[in-house]
Write a protein that binds this ligand. Structure first.
Ligand code: GLU
Length: 480
């Protein structure tokens, strides 16, 4: 059997991590089995579906590198569904129900009061499609809805992850399947499409498990062969409750904007329900594709831990070649870059950025951090409290003398050899003389960066260049 799988998102919001995880598992299953991965946009809900969300889904898949071989939009397949709806109506497996929303509401309240699962059953002939009845009800046609005539009984299926699953189909009542003959609802459209598109395996979130028996009943009524099913575990927050924004969950494109790398995201997402069976956590796309199998997908909820994502992303940032990382970081630095003119020899912004990125590469967990961490490189004047310039019990006078000494030492280094090695050699020799290197290097760091914590002062000084370093030392003196 050739493997054909699909991701079937509804374009009613930005693509969230859950959808991305489902897409990834389907994509991996297709890759592993030389199969086909289909993107099907489930846009039958006209009010809630939006073009921009469809674009967002496509962008998200592209960013993660999940290529699909076929693309469908349900809104363009109305005729196909209409055919099947007619078949179901003609065979009596579906019927028009004219119960008003108020009647349905009342029925639901009564059932809830009896602690029963709410379901609607159009008993006897009262709701069954029957020309005379339909005519009598003509005035109510607008509120009519097409329901599936539920035969009742048990529905069983074998889930590739969870094993045998059985439902009492009576629990669903006569569930609705279409608003009218041209407007199918989710269960009907999905069932028909999975069959029409020859989907071999439906791999989707556990939240859809109760839809499966409904879809199976539809297949039964139509005499169609259903696909195989695999329901992926729920994604939970670290407190084991349903994943939400407060756990750091966001739309895929929001993670991209925050500076998570697609390879890190790919690696992170696959661990939401799968693991390779050893301790290894950083795996390349190739390794994951090679090792992935549905057999290793867990049943229990998968915990989404944003700290783990940060850690992983940091690992990927360190592995990225510096030129590529610079390119990826430019959007975060560009706005900073415009704020100031860059020293003569470093007029090439990319080269300047490359040095800054190299300096931060080991410390970043996401690219967006780089702007904030390195803004001092781009500022004309730094804002900080002059007290910060003081190392331990130093007084104003001592700091001033130190700044003057620094000006003299830095000023004495020729531009050509104004490198971190040279700076280190000269400044460490001086620090030796003083006996407490903090007395020299602390005021230097603060004068150059305006901060307590920053990369090493020699590296910073080299990147800033001589002219700017001297200007900042003078500025610090002025502050005092
Ligand atoms: N449109 C459904 C969703 O976005 C698809 C469910 C399915 O995969 O069948 O959740």
């Amino acid at each position: 059997m050739s493997v054909r799988v699909r991701i079937a998102p509804s374009p009613t919001g930005l693509m969230h991590v859950g959808t991305a995880r489902t897409a990834l598992f389907n994509w991996l299953f297709a890759k592993k089995n030389s199969g086909v991965f289909v993107l099907r946009i489930e846009d039958t809900d006209k009010e809630r579906s939006k073009n921009e969300y469809e674009e967002n889904i496509i962008e998200g898949l592209e960013w993660l590198g999940l290529d699909y071989q076929e693309f469908y939009r349900q809104s363009e397949r109305t005729e196909i569904y209409a055919n099947y709806i007619k078949k179901l109506l003609d065979s009596g497996s579906a019927f028009y129900c004219y119960h008003s929303p108020e009647e349905l509401e009342r029925e639901k309240d009564e059932q809830m009061a009896k602690k029963l699962a709410p379901r609607h059953k159009c008993d006897g002939e009262s709701g069954i499609r029957n020309p005379a009845f339909a005519k009598a009800m003509a005035g109510r046609q607008e509120s009519g809805i097409i329901r599936f005539k539920n035969p009742g009984g048990k529905v069983k299926f074998y889930d590739l992850i969870r094993g045998e699953i059985e439902f009492d189909s009576g629990l669903f009542g006569d569930f609705s399947i279409a608003k009218d003959e041209h407007t199918p609802l989710y269960n009907l459209a999905a069932a028909i499409d999975d069959c029409e598109m020859k989907i071999s395996h439906v791999i989707r979130g556990e939240d859809h498990i109760s839809n499966t028996p409904k879809q199976l009943l539809i297949y039964q009524a139509l005499g169609l062969v259903p696909p195989k099913y695999a329901h992926l575990p729920m994604i939970l927050g670290t407190d084991k409750s349903k994943l939400s924004k407060r756990h750091g969950a966001a739309a895929l494109t929001e993670y991209r904007a925050m500076g998570y790398l697609p390879d890190a995201m790919f690696n992170f997402l696959v661990f939401l329900g799968w693991n390779p069976g050893n301790e290894k956590e950083i795996l390349s796309r190739e390794e994951i594709t090679e090792q992935f199998s549905l057999e290793r997908v867990q049943k229990s909820g998968a915990v989404f831990n944003i700290e783990k994502l940060d850690w992983m992303n940091g690992q990927y940032i360190r592995k990225t070649p510096i030129d590529e990382l610079t390119k990826l970081s430019l959007p975060y630095l560009a706005s900073e870059g415009k704020k100031s003119e860059i020293d003569g020899k470093k007029s090439d912004f990319e080269e300047f950025a490359r040095q800054i990125v190299a300096l931060e590469q080991l410390r970043l967990t996401k690219l967006s951090q780089i702007a904030e961490r390195t803004e001092f490189f781009f500022k004309d004047t730094l804002m900080y409290d002059k007290e910060l310039l003081k190392w331990k019990a130093m007084n104003n006078e001592e700091v001033k003398e130190t700044l003057e000494k620094l000006e003299e030492l830095l000023g004495g280094i020729p531009e050509k050899v104004y490198t971190k090695e040279k700076l280190e050699e000269i400044l460490m020799a001086e620090a030796q003389k003083i006996g407490d290197r903090g007395k020299l290097l602390w005021p230097l760091r603060v004068a150059l960066t305006g901060r307590k914590a920053s990369p090493g002062p020699f590296e910073v000084a080299e990147i800033l260049g001589k002219k700017k370093c001297l200007a900042r030392l003078r500025e610090a003196k002025r502050l005092l």
